[in-house]
Design a protein around this ligand. Structure first.
Ligand code: FAD
Length: 288
């Protein structure tokens, strides 16, 4: 099933993101996590890919996507990055994914990493999208977008003009970077629709449920932190159970507001935590 088609069938498409374990010994644990996630019947599950290529020394994106599709019957969205791979590497990846039955790809440049060699065959995600479209016409292509602009872009307007190139290069669906203030999402949607980008957009929500996420995810993310959310983090940061509950409640509030406002889809950055996905789903299922 092409992910694009889900948007014609559902009021709001519900999905979640997982990452492949870096060590093979954690693969069984992720399999159990994904089995738990199956209980809430996500419309699709995305699987990340490191910027340096997939699965070096660990479990590959293709392995996890294949497990979702062929063992659990969940539609996978396999991420594919191009910054750390040349054209031959991309072709090999595409062949492997296609053979495994994967038909939906998240086309990305990938994060710059000083420790990983950068290749120049594909400078941007739109270059990769155009290549994949020509190489295998039968993949559905998703791509990333940034309600508060990509950190390398000088302005949101300029970033949106590059986003339009993704649509022109064959992307059929977008997933947003995380945001903690829905205002940014609504402003972004108005802007991209005015610019003629008419693809369905899944709104990416990251529940902050652990102190390490405050220190790492929030510190590294370029998402702005609204005052009420900052107050919540300050209040609960030293109470693990309190933070877990408050983080879930805040995310449910964001999700309910988005769905009621007509978002095409909501996408949970699950950090490989099935409990988080189940709690969020329970908090919004009456709206789905
Ligand atoms: P691009 O679309 O190439 O954009 C990067 C920058 O270049 C932007 O500033 C853009 O405006 C600019 N640009 C684009 N086209 C042009 C052009 N033609 N000329 C000049 N400038 C241009 N990273 C991973 O490594 N693995 C993952 O699995 C992963 N999953 C992600 C999932 C989502 C939903 C999101 C939002 C991000 C994800 N990332 C992942 C991070 C992503 O790879 C980084 O944000 C990366 O810095 C940019 O990727 P992109 O595909 O958006 O790149």
């Amino acid at each position: 099933m092409y992910i694009r088609k889900l948007f014609a069938q559902k009021r709001c498409v519900f999905s979640a993101e997982f990452f492949p374990p870096k060590q093979v010994l954690n693969w069984e644990s992720l399999q159990k996590t994904l089995q738990e996630v199956k209980a809430v019947q996500p419309d699709f599950v995305s699987v990340t890919c490191s910027a340096g290529g997939s699965g070096v020394g660990g479990v590959s994106t293709c392995q996890v996507a294949s497990y979702l599709k062929n063992q659990l019957g969940i539609e996978p969205l396999a991420h594919l990055t191009c910054i750390g791979t040349d054209r031959a590497g991309i072709e090999a990846n595409l062949d492997e994914l296609f053979t495994a039955g994967i038909r939906n790809l998240m086309i990305l440049r990938g994060d710059r990493n000083p420790n990983v060699q950068q290749f120049k065959d594909f400078a941007h995600a739109s270059d990769l999208a155009a290549f994949v479209r020509g190489y295998y016409g039968s993949f559905g292509l998703s791509s990333a977008c940034y309600p508060e602009k990509h950190p390398e872009s000088p302005t949101l307007i300029e970033d949106v003009s590059h986003l339009k190139q993704k649509q022109e290069s064959g992307a059929t669906h977008l997933v947003t970077q995380m945001f903690f203030d829905n205002f940014h999402f609504y402003r972004f949607m108005n802007l991209i629709r005015k610019e003629g980008i008419d693809l369905p957009v899944s709104a990416g929500i990251m529940p902050i449920v652990r102190k390490s996420q405050i220190d790492r995810t929030l510190a590294l993310s370029s998402a702005s932190v609204p005052r009420d959310f900052q107050a919540l983090l300050d209040r609960w940061q030293d109470d693990a159970d309190g933070l877990y509950k408050a983080g879930i409640d805040y995310a449910i509030g964001q999700l309910r507001d988005l769905i009621e406002a007509g978002a095409d889809g909501v996408h949970i950055y699950a950090m490989n935590n099935a409990d988080v996905v189940k709690r969020l789903h329970a908090g919004i299922r009456d709206l789905l």
